[in-house]
Design a protein around this ligand. Sequence first.
Ligand code: COA
Length: 262
Amino acid sequence: MTTFTNVLYQVESETGILTLTVNRPDKLNALNAATIQEIRAAVEQAQQDPAVRGIILTGSGEKSFVAGADIAELTQLDEAAARRAAEQGQQAFRLIEESRKPVIAAVNGFALGGGCELAMACHLRIAADNARFGQPEVNLGLLPGYGGTQRLTQLIGKGKAIELLLTADMIKAEEALRLGLVNHVVPQAELLSFTRQLLQRILTKAPIAVGLCLDAVNAYFDKDRDGYQAEAESFGRCFTSADFREGTSAFLEKRTAAFTGK
Ligand code: COA
């Protein structure tokens, strides 16, 4: 098990919930390159870790989820290094998106730039009522580099995405909810308990089927895949699982299914 410097990796053994906390509170959890590498390594570790069934991604403290890429570090990059940094960020965030274990962002404050991009790479987003979202990169002479132009467009549509990207406007949690950028808004004090309850509800379902739902939805956005074909193949795959037999038997026997993930 790797230990991390900028990320806390805490697994709750009863539930199988991993809470990954970006932990640079004095910099509002801004993502320097080391933190992005640690997020990537932590997500890879979580995929291999049988004790982990689902992931909550959040930021340290009560003010910020992640306030973006580390601007001080960005100033040190040249064109080639910046392009590599964007590719590395994109790869790390794609791992989150492609996780077969559900990942929920618990957005506890500022989710700006790379922070908004990180939240968007998660499967679901719960916002505390003090959360603020935005892609302020054009204020810095930049555009988002970690997939923001793509995922914002996927989540809220072209017109609204372009407006947020071009104005750099910071929006409140309720507006993010209205736009479909987040799934729920809750009082800050209830953020983690609400997120945990939602994840626990998902973790009572058949894990293979949950993972295949995520994969089929991702296939819709992958130009190299046919989403309908992916769905049909996965539908067939479920019929080879013990959990399909358990889920259908439990229904017919009027009892709660006990899934094993097999
Ligand atoms: N990169 C590097 N450092 C950051 C940061 C970032 N993205 N966001 C915040 N910080 C640092 C500040 O420099 C400050 O550090 P210091 O105490 O050593 O000076 C510390 O975090 C606290 O931030 P501060 O700006 O003092 O807090 P605030 O409450 O006044 O403002 C924000 C909060 C989020 C509005 C403001 O920090 C901000 O605009 N951050 C940048 C957001 C951004 O443009 N992100 C996209 C990056 S591509």
